[in-house]
Design a protein around this ligand. Sequence first.
Ligand SMILES: [Zn+2]
Length: 232
Amino acid sequence: MQITELDSITCDLHMHSKYSFDSFMSPNRIIYTAKIRDLSVISVTDHGNMDIYANEFSRENRERILEKHGVFVIPGMEIETNRGDIIGLFLDKEVSGNGFESVVEQIREMDGIVVLPHPYHRDCDPADLLSHIDLIEVVNGRCKSVQNERAGELGDENDVPIIGGSDAHMYWEVGQIRTVLSNEASDSNYDKTALLLDAEREVSGSPLPYLLTHGISFVSGRLKNLVEGTRS
Ligand SMILES: [Zn+2]
C-alpha cells in the first residue's frame, strides 16, 4: 500500500528503538504505543543503522502491521554527518559515510526524502543547508523552545515545508509531537513527495522538559554500554 492511499495521516516521523545506542524501546511496543496514541504513520529513525528494518520491520511485516494495527511504517534512519544530523525517509537500505553531501545524495538516489531535524542542534548554520533538504523539523520534542522557535522562523523565512517530530527515545514521548497532513490526492502525479512536501499541515504538541529527556537518555546510554560491555 502507498502512503497516499491512507485516509488520514497523523504522523510522528522521528523516534528511536532499542537499535539506537540510547534507547530501549521495543519495535512491538512502539507500534502498540503509536496505535493507542492515534498515530497512523510513523518512522523509526535509529542512529546510524536500519537494523530494525532488517530484523523486524521487513516490507512484509510492515504490511502486516498496517493491516492489523493501522500503523504505516516508513523506513528511515538518522545519520550523523559532518554538518549535523540528517534524517532520510523512504530508504531501501542504510546510508553510509558521514559527508553531508554524500549522505543527501544517497538518500536522493533511493528516491527518499531528506529531513533536517533539530536545525539548531548542530555546529553549523542550518540556513546553509536548506537548499539540500526537503523538510525542516520546526518542533522537536527534545529541543529547547528557543531552538524550536528559531527553527520555525527559519522555515517561514525560507518557505521550506515543515514537520514536527517527537525524537522519542521512551514510550511516553511517542507522538508527543505530531504532524497532521491533509491527504488530498487530486491527480495522478500525487505521490509521497507531493504529500509530504505540499500537503496542508498542522504541527502540534509541546516539547518535554529538556533536562528530563536528555538526563534519562544519558543514563540509558550508559546502562546500554554497561549491559553490552558485560555481554562481550
Ligand atoms: Zn533523533
